[in-house]
Design a protein around this ligand. Sequence first.
Ligand SMILES: [Zn+2]
Length: 367
Amino acid sequence: MYMIPLISGSIEIRKNKDKLLFINSSTNKIHTFTTDEKVIRLINLIGGKKSNIDIFNNLVKFYEDISQTDVNNVLSTLVDISVIPQVNGRLLRQEEDKYQRQIDFFSSLSGNDRGLETHKKIENSHVVIIGVGGLGSWIVYYLAQLGVQELTIIDYDKVEISNLNRQILYSIEDVGQKKINVIEDKLKIINPKIKINKYELKFTNAADLEQIINTRVDFVVNCTDEPDVFTTGMLTAEYCMERSIPHIIGGGYNHHLGMIGPTIIPYETPCWGCYELQVKLPEWHEYELIKKRTQTAPSLNLLSSIVACIHSFEIIKVIGEINVPLLSGKKGELDFLDIAMEYDHFNRHPECKFCGKSKSSVENKSL
Ligand SMILES: [Zn+2]
């Protein structure tokens, strides 16, 4: 074994005579060991760039009877109790510092020491965002800051001055620039390691996604509502249901109400096809669009950001395998006036064109 051990930042070590305590401030767990002078010296050598071999070479100068195996056994014990975090090798020290507080957050949330593992799952995810306007610009910002390493961004718009009141990452000097280019530049400042796949595309066909995405996708977020969220939601569902990709149908505002969810885990939760069968769509939905409205819809940055934040919670719960999503089988409306959330509940529907009983791919799955 070769390692460059570091003590987790959430660990406090205390000594009383021959007793050694490792206190984890994230999980409130305490491990107690009987110790001696050699172990104390070994612990003091952990940190910086010293490997387990360097530590042994240092200790053997003082204690002739110590072996490399003794050192490795102590280090392995410290790994086992998460005093030394280890998941798929070590994070670089700088990265550990950058993400330590959220790693601790995930550890404390789950009540175990697997915060780093959760962080790595989030980091190694590929999320597709369709539309980077009032909702999508905030979501890509949150995901990049959380450390997600690959985003595919689809948008055909240029930055307009009317976007600047609520869409984060765009500034006055960006007006007239393609949103996908501005987003790429800004996200690389936040997270230099991020890979951005960008496509200037108006989302009108599920096959568009098929053509441009040829790698594994962990999550898709629909953040566009042109011509309306029912239509873009159905296109997103067509792509995702066939490939069993978790997705959120976001997008849409109704004056002081922000639309939230649903989050869909294909063949486990109710899907967008189920939703459409159970809600009363507006009468105009079946009518052909002759002329688009020219006035932009009322909206506020506070509503955009909180709706995006809740959606981002849902995304990391799924890609980080933290918990089941809250917005399964329900679509919420967040009321700006009283900060109340009202939900439209819906169930899996046997006639659903995606996950209904007639779909052979789900015959063995229960409704
Ligand atoms: Zn369905």
